[in-house]
Design a protein around this ligand. Sequence first.
Ligand SMILES: Cc1ncc(COP(=O)(O)O)c(C=O)c1O
Length: 369
Amino acid sequence: MRPTIAEVDLDALSYNYNQLRGIVGKDVAAAPVIKADAYGHGAVRVSARLEKEGADMFIVAFVEEGIELREAGIKTPILIAGAFLPEDAAHIIRWNLTPVVFTISQVDALDSSAKRFDRRINVHIKVDTGMGRLGLAPEDLAGFAGEIMRRKNIVTEGIMTHFAQADIEDNEFAIRQLNVFNGVLGELRRKGINPPVIHAANSAAIICLKESHFNMVRPGLMLYGVFPIDKKWDISLKPVMSLRSKVVQVKRVPEGSSVGYAKSFIAGRESLIATIPIGYADGYSRRLSNSGNVIIKGKKAPVAGNVCMDMTMVDVTDHQGVCVGDDVILIGQQGDELIAAEDLARLTGTIPYEILSCIGKRVPRVYRG
Ligand SMILES: Cc1ncc(COP(=O)(O)O)c(C=O)c1O
C-alpha cells in the first residue's frame, strides 16, 4: 500500500537489448549480466523478457542467483561469473549452471560431483589480465587448461577475462589487457586448445572497443539504459527503471524553523515542506540530504534536511498547489524535467551501478510492457 515503487519498463529493456544486437551484429552471442537482482530491476522478470528476446546466456555472480532463475523456469545457460567454493559444486551440477573456474580445487570438486551425477559439465576459464580480482595469471593458463583436459567429466566451453578500465576515454589500459588476452589465446591455440566461446567485453568495451567483442559479449549497465561512459554516442538507450512515490503530507513552517534530524535545514523564509515516504533504508542515499532534488508537478523540488530511514522532506515553497497524493519522481522523467541514476551517482560520489542495485527490497518493483 505504500506508494513508493520502482517502475521497470520491460519494453525499454527490449529496446536496449536490440540496440546491443545492432552494435555487435548477428555473429556475436549476447550474455546479459543480471547479477544483483538484475542491478535492482528484478532478475526473474528481466531474464524472462531477455530469454524471449533470444539472449544466449545469462551472467550472475553467485550460485544462489543462478538457482533462483532455474527455479523460476529460466532455461537459457547461466554462467556463474563470481566465485564459488568447491563445496558448491553439487548445486552447480544439479541446477545445470555453468561455472567460471580458476583453481584446481574447483575443477576437482566439479569433476567428482559430475561423476556422481553421471554428467559432463561445461566450464569457462577466467584469466586475470589486469583486473586483479578473480582469475588465473596469464602464465598459468595453459597448464591449467591442460589439467582440465585430463578431467573426463569437464568440458572447457569458454575462456574469459574482465576489463578494469574500459569506461574512460583513454582506453590504453583496456587495450593492454586485450593484448595480454590475445596472447594467451594464441598460446592455447598453439597447444591445440580451442575453447569455442571467448568473451571479455562489458558495456563500455562493447561500445568503445569493438576488437574486444570476440564471439560473446557481457552487457550489464547499458541494458538498463545507462551509458557506461560519459560521452555522446550515436546509439540511444532508454532508462529502464524509474523510482516514484507520492506526497503524504504538506506543511507550512515559519521562517527560522528546522526540518528533520540534526536540524540541518533551517527555513530561511516561511516555507512549504512536503514529506515523501522513501528513505535511506530504501536505497535513497542519506548523502542526498540538502543536496538532491525530486520532481513534483513537473518541477524540481530540493531535499530539505537530512534524508531519514523511511522519509524524505522536500521544499515545495516555489511550487503551485502541491497536495497529498501528488506524484513524486526520484529517478525518472516528468514533463521536461529528468533525474537520471547518473545524477544521483554524481551527487552522492558513487556510480550508477550502486544507485540502481541498492534500491531496497522494501520498494516493490512494478513491471510495465
Ligand atoms: C564479469 C563481469 N562481466 C560483465 C559485467 C558487466 O559490466 P557492465 O555493467 O559495465 O556492462 C560485469 C559487471 O560488473 C562483470 O562483473
